[in-house]
Design a protein around this ligand. Structure first.
Ligand code: G6P
Length: 586
């Protein structure tokens, strides 16, 4: 999943495009490129690396012209090379494209085009779009007909923007995001409102299966058959503009630190929806959760807590797995989709499958303007502000808070949650940063870390291992305490670190026994607990809480530990290698 952007207006396009790309780097950041049109000529520059680096090397910003397109890449087809970076131009050099998604039939299209004499410079699936457009444009001499014909030949999921050397832009959306920004004297096309939010907050959400034509100040939206579609301009929240790091060294640190405050906002913008959801859950026969990555891990906690505190049985399904067992969802059930971005392709696919059997879709999302929000019957907003760091942090705790609020509703307030206390616990843990930094220094050379927890702490162990992997590139694994002796104990020796999640609750003694078994094999132990023990080589103190709220206090130190270990290892915590924040491809 890449980011694409296009601009047509009165100002120089390249600096505006570069600015937009910087903001959308969270979507993919292994290479970058910009193409502009000026005096009926297309000029193009690209390179490997992040926007800042490539811009300083080749000066993307200096490209001339008031019309342009840009791209940041997350490689799917072909290695990370300059040749594979977008934009790709057609053989004639008269058309350039940027693309996000996957063209499934690109090999066949490429073979056919090669037979007709077209050359290809890259290994990408995207380059076929440029040459297919050229072929169809040479026949029709008309951008609209060219788009209709080209789209009819493409299979897969895509959004792309094409720039023609006569200064026209054309863009199509098919299962990948594409949004128009409407300025006073300009138009923007982008994967995300962040691409242009500084310029305008008037947007048009392009529906799936539509395409756009922009010629100077004339803009049209059409369906794939060429029928013009009426469109509506909506305002997006200016809050999106809050995507600066401020005094923080990294977005990840900023987002970890914000949690003492973001937990108060979770669900506050959709209060009625929480009540509605609680009511539905009380009467539902079958309830399923789905999500990917951290959002899936949040669903594991949801399953545990709903069962324990509200006596409601649910199932958690990894979104990408549902396609292999669609029958595991009973018709007319409730599917609760968790997703920070609301754009993860796997989650959208799971929602699609559930819709086919008439399930009601409830979603818990940060981005209320996302595709998932529009696909859902009821939406609860995480409301934690833009999360830019690729590894999910504040969105995870916001998901948990929403869950607590649902449990409160379900139990008519019998289960009480003290949000002030949670916030103060987070602040106290953040003050532990010097201790956590020292521990981070100790784990930097380690190749394997295990995180052990029992009961509600087991899903937190899984989420912790994910955070460590994403930010530090150290192999990490979450273990259910009791499973230690069924396998992982064989791996314990002096080269291993084990993080024991062990607050004083019903799991405390059993987890301490696990710690003893691990220590006897020479592994080093980091204890996360409100109480110290001589079992621990290192202790991260968390305030005493209750079982319901421990998941939050346990998560913060692991987020910080992963962040500081990333710094120790000199990796970029905001943009871990090979990963992207919003995975819009399957
Ligand atoms: C990517 C991100 C993860 C995130 C997952 C799900 O893999 O790198 O941090 O947890 O997607 O994202 P979502 O936006 O659906 O919550």
């Amino acid at each position: 999943m890449c980011s694409i952007i296009g601009y047509s207006g009165d100002d120089n396009a390249a600096p505006i495009i570069v600015k937009g790309l910087r903001r959308m780097e969270y979507r993919g950041y292994d290479s970058v490129g910009v193409a502009t049109e000026s005096n009926n000529r297309i000029e193009l520059k690209k390179g490997v690396g992040k926007v800042e680096k490539v811009n300083s090397e080749v000066h993307l910003e200096n490209l001339p012209g008031k019309i342009g397109i840009g791209h940041t890449r997350w490689a799917t087809h072909g290695k990370v090379t300059e040749a594979n970076a977008h934009p790709h131009s057609s053989n004639s050099g008269k058309i350039a494209i940027v693309h996000n998604g996957i063209i499934e039939n690109f090999e066949k299209l490429k073979d056919d085009l090669k037979k007709e004499g077209y050359d290809f410079q890259s290994e990408t699936d995207s380059e076929v779009i440029a040459n297919l457009l050229q072929k169809n444009y040479e026949i029709s001499k008309n951008v609209k007909d060219t788009m209709i014909k080209t789209i009819s030949e493409l299979r897969g999921h895509y959004s792309f923007i094409a720039m023609f050397d006569n200064g026209q832009l054309a863009a199509a959306r098919f299962h990948e995001p594409l949004i128009i920004g409407v300025g006073e004297k300009n138009y923007f096309l982008s994967s995300d409102v962040l691409g242009f939010i500084e310029q305008t907050d008037d947007v048009i959400y392009i529906d799936n299966g539509n395409f756009v034509l922009i010629d100077q100040d004339k803009m049209q939206i059409l369906d794939f058959n060429g029928k013009e579609i009426k469109h509506q301009i909506t305002k997006v929240s200016k809050e999106f503009a809050d995507v600066y790091k401020g005094d923080y060294a990294h977005f990840t640190l900023k987002e970890i630190s914000e949690q003492s405050e973001t937990i108060f906002r979770a669900g506050e913008n959709t209060k009625e929806a929480i009540k509605e959801v609680a009511d539905l859950l009380k009467h539902a026969k079958n309830i399923y959760f789905t999500g990917s990555g951290t959002s899936y891990n949040a669903s594991l906690i949801a399953k545990y807590l709903l069962s324990k505190y509200a006596k409601i049985k649910t199932e958690s399904i990894i979104s990408s797995e549902l396609q292999f067992s669609p029958d595991s969802i009973e018709p007319n059930s409730i599917l609760i989709a968790l997703s920070q971005s609301g754009e993860s392709a796997d989650v959208l696919e799971a929602v699609n499958i559930a819709k086919k059997t008439n399930c009601k879709i409830i979603s818990i999302i940060n981005s209320l303007t996302s595709t998932l929000a529009r696909e859902s019957d009821i939406v609860i907003g995480m409301n934690c502000g833009p999360e830019i760091g690729v590894a999910a942090t504040k969105s995870f705790t916001s998901q948990l808070i929403i869950l607590y609020k649902i449990i409160q509703e379900l139990t008519d307030g019998k289960v009480e949650i003290n949000f002030e206390e949670i916030s103060s616990s987070i602040s106290k843990i953040l003050e532990e940063h010097n201790n956590i930094k020292k521990i981070a220094n100790k784990i930097k050379e380690i190749s394997d870390i295990y995180v052990l927890g029992r009961g509600i702490h087991y899903p937190i162990a899984i989420e912790s291992a994910l955070k460590i992997k994403e930010l530090t590139y150290i192999h990490a694994e979450g273990i259910a305490g009791g499973e230690l002796k069924h396998g992982p104990l064989a791996l314990m020796d002096s080269n291993v670190f084990v993080i024991i999640i062990n607050p004083e609750d019903s799991t405390y003694q059993d987890t301490l026994t696990s710690a003893r078994e691990i220590k006897a094999r020479g592994a080093k132990i980091i204890g996360i607990s409100n109480k110290n023990s001589d079992m621990y080589d290192f202790w991260i103190k968390i305030p005493k809480a209750n079982e319901l709220t421990y998941p939050i206090s346990e998560t913060i130190p692991i987020q910080l530990l992963s962040y500081y270990a990333a710094l120790e290892k000199d990796t970029d915590p905001d943009y871990p290698r090979n990963l992207a924040k919003s995975v819009t491809v399957k």
